[in-house]
Design a protein around this ligand. Structure first.
Ligand code: GCU
Length: 603
């Protein structure tokens, strides 16, 4: 009779224990365990990892993470998977796009790879995962190091204590199940991809580590805030091009200084960036930062004190072949199409996009709305849900608050106006201001259809009212839009964060009526004609640049895709409505860039 390890007894026990996963949900990998990574050279752990789907969490029950490499014929427990053999997937990737059999898979999946380590006394090893959808549990050599909640923000885990000299085994258990308490909840109008779909990097660090660096314009000065982990009395900050090179005292690892400076201001027409550097002990990071101010006065949005109109478009992270994996090429194509449309602004919906998006927008001079996926129905009364949403917002802000292109943090999309929602989202808006008082806050709100007004109790707690309205599509009485416009007198700027219509540009598309290209174009014509008359509307980001994949749309003209794109899912075929919007934006841009009238001209 083969001897069984106590592992087997535990595994047997787990068959009857439905709380088996509770010990693995600490959510200890969060905004507070992030390290600042820009300017660092890390070791890429991208590439092929061993992979296995695990719908019933057999891996946590049988403790696959505790298995060690062994010849199959020598094993003494007949486990149902061997983490060291079998199928592989590339990291980063979405498993749905790897094999047809995984297209609709929703559950846990295991990633395993070796990791060689040559210990050096005093050095620290920190792993950073760019994003894993949704819950990612980290195991090293059989030890559970923690888990992260949130499908679109980076997280870090220190491996130092669990690493051993020579070969180690790193395992991730990623679960993308939609549930009532997650953010977003279980009903979204975008595809529920799963997997480790952004880069994985291992950083070899000194004992003192820079966790955060926040650099921004504050009035006519530059404010620098740093956080350092480890015994260090001061840090050195420099912006050579501005002649800044200064020592920051650190108290309990925190440093904050305001420096007199007159940097060239960042703007879409002049996306000026400065190289900044921070050293603490032996650790050093760099960044490229643009300095600008964004504010609101009454219903105006002001960039560097000048009113502007946000000529925007909404975008998802979605690709016909890559799913939610986005590359530099994909981002640059997205932004090039936006510029071709005449945009100076994009709404990165409905979750934090890849960090390269804001870095490239900094360079290209595009302004961004970034948001957390507090989308539609959320378990607003659940403290755990609130903690999850707040952490995702903190992680987004700490990741991107050095990005001049980001001008708006949005805390939600199309949420029901209930007391619980108001408390939850007001809390998020206040958190955004506490983390970063230099940017505007918003949320994509809904029209108050009962009163036919732009009215939402959240509006007084955000700087910019985002408004999603689909007159001509979901709302068939188009005349109501004009009535709403006349009935409303918001005291702050409104950005039409969504409007649009489907247009099926494939051979299946109808010649006329709903889902035809002609109808989509007609909706844009009527929307533009109505919205241009509302002087408190200071921007728009119609829905959406590209058609995108979604499970819930199986109509004969949708076939698994939302076809409201101005460009088809091939990211090449432009629809008539693209040109309609481009013409309007060109008109607006011409007015904005008109030289100010000479006094005699205004007499
Ligand atoms: C909603 C929602 C989007 C959705 C869109 C649509 O407003 O915010 O996520 O894709 O409308 O119905 O196409």
């Amino acid at each position: 009779m083969l001897e069984r390890s106590e592992l087997a007894d535990n595994a047997l026990q787990a068959l009857h224990d439905e709380d088996y996963d509770r010990p693995f949900n600490t959510q200890n990998l969060n905004a507070d365990t992030l390290i600042f990574t820009r300017g660092r050279q890390g070791q890429s752990l991208d590439g092929d990892w061993n992979f296995c789907v695990d719908l019933l969490d057999t891996g946590l029950r049988q403790k696959w993470f505790a298995m060690t490499p062994e010849a199959p014929e020598d094993r003494i427990e007949p486990w149902d998977y061997d983490p060291y053999m079998g199928e592989t997937v590339p990291v980063p990737s979405c498993w749905q796009m790897q094999k047809e059999k995984w297209y609709f898979f929703e559950g846990s999946a295991w990633y395993t790879r070796p990791l060689t380590h040559d210990p050096v006394p005093g050095r620290r090893q920190v792993l950073r995962i760019g994003a894993a959808q949704y819950d990612c549990k980290v195991f090293l050599n059989g030890a559970f190091l923690g888990n992260h909640y949130g499908g679109s923000t980076p997280f870090c885990v220190e491996l130092t204590e669990a690493l051993k000299p020579g070969q180690n085994w790193l395992m991730l258990c990623v679960n993308n199940t939609r549930t009532r308490d997650r953010v977003p909840m279980r009903n979204t109008d975008w595809f529920n991809y799963g997997g480790v779909y952004r880069e994985v990097t291992l950083y070899d660090l000194p004992s003192v580590v820079i966790r955060d660096l926040f650099v921004r314009l504050e009035g006519n000065a530059i404010r620098v805030s740093v956080a350092v982990d480890g015994a260090c009395a001061s840090a050195r900050f420099s912006i050579p091009e501005l002649g800044i090179d200064t020592e920051l005292p650190l108290i309990a690892g925190k440093g904050d200084v305001t420096l007199a400076a007159s940097p060239e201001l960042w703007s879409p027409d002049n996306p000026k960036l400065y190289d900044v550097s921070l050293t603490a002990g032996e650790d050093q990071v760099q960044d490229r930062v643009g300095f600008r101010s964004i504010s609101r006065e009454g219903t105006e949005i002001l960039l560097n004190g000048k009113p502007l109109f946000l000529r925007g478009i909404s975008v998802h992270e979605d690709d016909a072949t890559q799913g939610k994996v986005t590359s530099e090429t994909d981002i640059r194509r997205r932004f090039a199409h936006a510029k071709e449309l005449g945009c100076n602004f994009l709404r990165l919906a409905h979750y934090p996009h890849h960090e390269r998006a804001a870095e490239i927008a900094d360079e290209m001079g595009l302004m961004l709305w970034e948001e957390v996926p507090v989308y539609w129905a959320i378990d607003f009364s659940n403290p755990a849900t609130r903690r999850d949403a707040e952490n995702q917002l903190r992680e987004l802000i700490r990741r991107d608050r050095n990005r001049a292109s980001v001008i708006i943090w949005s805390v939600g999309n199309e949420n029901p106006d209930t007391d619980a929602r108001l408390d939850f989202m007001r809390g998020l808006a206040d958190l955004a201001k506490a983390e970063d008082p230099t940017r505007l806050t918003s949320a994509a709100c809904l029209v108050n259809h009962a009163k036919l007004k732009i009215e939402d109790r959240l509006a007084e707690h955000i700087d910019v009212i985002g408004l999603n309205e689909y007159y001509g599509w979901y709302e068939e009485n188009f005349d109501e839009l004009g009535e709403i416009g006349r009935n409303s007198a918001p005291d702050r700027p409104v950005v039409i964060s969504e409007t649009g219509a489907d247009g099926d540009s494939t051979e299946h598309g109808p010649e006329r009526g709903l889902f035809s290209l002609a109808y989509q174009d007609e909706v844009y014509a009527k929307q533009i004609a109505t919205l241009r008359a509302l002087d408190y509307v200071k921007g728009m980001s119609p829905w959406i640049l590209y058609d995108f994949r979604v499970e819930r749309r199986q109509g004969i003209f949708q076939r698994g895709w939302n076809r409201k794109g101005l460009i088809a899912g091939d990211k090449a075929t432009k629809k008539p409505a693209f040109h309609r919007l481009a013409a309007y934006y060109a008109e607006r841009a011409a007015v904005e860039h008109q030289p100010p009238l000479a006094p005699e001209e205004t007499a």
